[in-house]
Design a protein. Structure first.
Length: 644
């Protein structure tokens, strides 16, 4: 079975933005009493997730707590300061830390970590005004072991510009092409956005329709029916009709039991209403969502793919009944968030299996009563009738009291028999539906556990998600450079942004950035002639990006740049063009984070902005808007290999 196909349960007429996101607990947990080694490990993990601020905080905390300051630790500390930032983006504290570490470097490569640390400071010497040689820095970077080289290149991607970026760009592309499909991305990435499946539920049996008052009436009517018949039987026995009386005592109860059973099966086989009463009908929008999802899964799991229309037509009533059940037993938020999709998928598979086995699909129908029981019922009724006639004949000849007894019993049975049949059927119906519910619930629980196991096995790690996104962005950047026929020594600065492309699915781990099933990628290339902008829509699940637009701006075209913060979850970058409209770019629009602490919500918003590359992009665009060509002239001096 292919699990990778999912369904968006929003109706076709719905106005949908970023759908309700899934938040999972992170496996990076640090407590205040944890040893510094564990705190450092958490910092390294956060760096892998693309959250350098949190990584830097944990690594500094580990060092303050007494963690051994090895070359590997110092390298991760430096990378956490430089990841997703240019040298100009660093604050005074980070620059002071870098300066201190540079004076403690060991010129001899004690191990691969110390060697990588030396290379990082060689690169920094080319951009901090120290007069470093970009050629030497690039050569040393190429000579690093693969693990350290890819680590340094990944986190210095913004620091490396101009001639240095040109020297390692082929390595970036080689890594991007390899990482883009690594880890069986095509068959696993969808699982990241699947929410935690809602608990398994099944509809409870309908309450018994008979009340205590009905049972009291039934007892009274039974006495009124049976008492005259017993009197008739006693009269017949008194006149020697022993065999007929015994036969009646045996056959009548057996016949009555078979009749009650037949009546119960007939009553349960009657088609039930597939829609609830008006006052109990689920909201229309939720019903539409579930109907749409069920139609999708029934179509997907059709027993005969060549004849889907007949299958969908035959199971229309089944889908309606299942839709009503789901919308009654689950909360609105579970339906909207897709947490019940696993159940809808299971329902479709179960219906397909029943169809293949020849089991009826119509809701409220059961298998017909077997022929043997029907024959037995008819035979017992005939025998009961014959024996009753002999008893009645004997009683009539013996006493005239028989006539009023028969009349009374007949009048009472007109009401008692239907009532007792209904009570019997109602009790058995409730017991059977309770057993059926237990079977259904057990099957659904097993299906849910199987689905959870599948998700656990397939769901990508945060590091894999970050690696895939970075590969997609680098390949898009490569296409943009080829289109404009630019070399890296002609580019003085790069600003890239990624934002959710609505509508899309979203998910995250606690303290991590939101990730989306679809992105809008945007890159700004600053060259001597001006600013080149390119955009693309990325289907992150499918791994396909489609270019959507390109714009070119002179330096004096930027009038002003500002950020509109409508909430902790939505940040919009506004660019005012000279003699032109305002360009509004949504940078961050996450699903609502239920974190109650406003400080945590603000920290989460900053994490999303940092992951999107927003601080670096904002600094570049603000600099161009404020200074124009002067900003470019100053930036180009940081790299001797950049065209100025």
């Amino acid at each position: 079975m292919t699990w990778a196909e999912t369904v968006n349960t929003a109706g076709s007429n719905s106005n949908v933005g970023v759908q309700a996101g899934t938040i999972r607990d992170s496996n990076i947990t640090v407590n205040q009493h944890d040893p510094p080694e564990k705190v450092f490990e958490a910092g390294v993990r956060y760096l892998e997730l693309g959250v350098p601020d949190r990584a830097l905080s944990h690594i500094r905390e580990a060092l303050a707590g007494g963690h051994h300051e090895s070359p590997e630790v110092r390298l991760y500390l430096v990378l956490a300061m430089l990841s997703k930032r240019s040298y100009r983006d660093l604050n005074e504290q980070n620059r002071a830390t870098l300066s201190e570490l540079s004076h403690r470097l060991s010129p001899e490569a004690q191990d691969e970590w110390n060697e990588a640390l030396n290379v990082v400071f060689l690169v920094l010497s080319c951009v901090n005004g120290s007069g470093g040689d970009p050629g030497v820095a690039v050569a040393k970077l190429h000579d690093l072991p693969e693990t350290q080289r890819e680590l340094v290149m990944r986190h210095l991607s913004v620091v490396l510009t101009g001639s240095m970026k040109q020297g390692v760009w082929d390595k970036y592309l080689e890594t991007a092409h390899r990482n883009r499909t690594s880890g069986d991305r095509a068959n696993r990435i969808w699982a990241y956005f699947e929410p935690e499946p809602a608990e398994a539920r099944a509809a409870h049996p309908q309450p018994k329709s008979t009340t205590g008052k009905d049972q009291f009436r039934a007892v009274v009517l039974a006495v009124a029916t049976l008492a005259p018949l017993v009197l008739v039987l006693v009269i017949a026995l008194g006149f020697g009709s022993l065999l007929a009386s015994l036969s009646t005592l045996v056959f009548v109860p057996l016949a009555a039991w078979h009749v009650a059973r037949w009546h119960h099966h007939s009553r349960r086989a009657a088609p039930l209403r597939w829609r609830t009463a008006d006052h109990d009908r689920p909201p229309l929008f939720l019903g539409t969502q579930v109907d749409y999802a069920l139609h999708h899964y029934f179509d997907r799991f059709a027993p005969d793919p060549r004849n889907r229309s007949a299958w969908l037509e035959a199971t229309q009533e089944v889908r309606r009944a299942l839709s009503d059940e789901v919308t009654r037993i689950y909360h609105e938020r579970d339906v909207r968030s897709g947490r019940v999709n696993w159940l809808l998928r299971f329902m479709a598979q179960d219906a397909c299996q029943r169809w293949s086995e020849g089991v009826t699909q119509r809701p409220g129908y059961t298998r017909a009563l077997d022929t043997r029981t029907k024959v037995s019922c008819v035979a017992l009724c005939l025998l009961s009738g014959v024996s009753a006639l002999f008893v009645l004949q004997t009683a009539l000849t013996g006493s005239l009291l028989t006539i009023p007894c028969v009349v009374l019993a007949g009048l009472a049975s007109k009401h008692s028999v239907p009532l007792w049949l209904r009570i019997h059927s109602d009790r058995h119906r409730w017991v059977e539906e309770s057993r059926e519910r237990e079977v259904i619930l057990k099957a659904r629980k097993e299906a849910r556990e199987q689905w959870r196991t599948t998700l656990r096995e397939l769901r990508p790690t945060e590091a894999e998600m970050e690696k895939w996104l970075e590969a997609d962005k680098n390949l898009f950047l490569s296409r943009t450079l080829r289109h404009y026929r630019l070399e890296w020594h002609e580019v003085v600065a790069v600003a890239d942004l990624h934002a959710p492309n609505q509508p899309c699915r979203s998910a995250k781990v606690t303290l991590g950035p939101w990730r989306y099933s679809a992105y809008q990628l945007r890159v700004f290339l600053v060259t001597e002639e001006g600013v080149r902008e390119a955009t693309a829509n990325l289907d992150f699940v499918g791994g396909e990006a489609h270019d959507t637009g390109r714009h070119n701006y002179r330096f004096d075209a930027f009038s002003s740049v500002w950020v509109d913060i409508s909430s902790e979850h939505r940040h919009t970058l506004n660019i005012t063009l000279t003699n032109g409209p305002v360009k509004s770019l949504v940078v961050s629009e996450a699903s609502h984070d239920p974190t109650p602490d406003p400080r945590n919500r603000e920290a989460a918003a900053q994490t999303d902005l940092e992951a999107a590359g927003f601080p670096h992009a904002l600094r570049i665009l603000e600099g161009i808007a404020a200074e124009g060509k002067t900003w470019f002239d100053r930036e180009s001096k940081t790299d001797p290999g950049t065209a100025a």
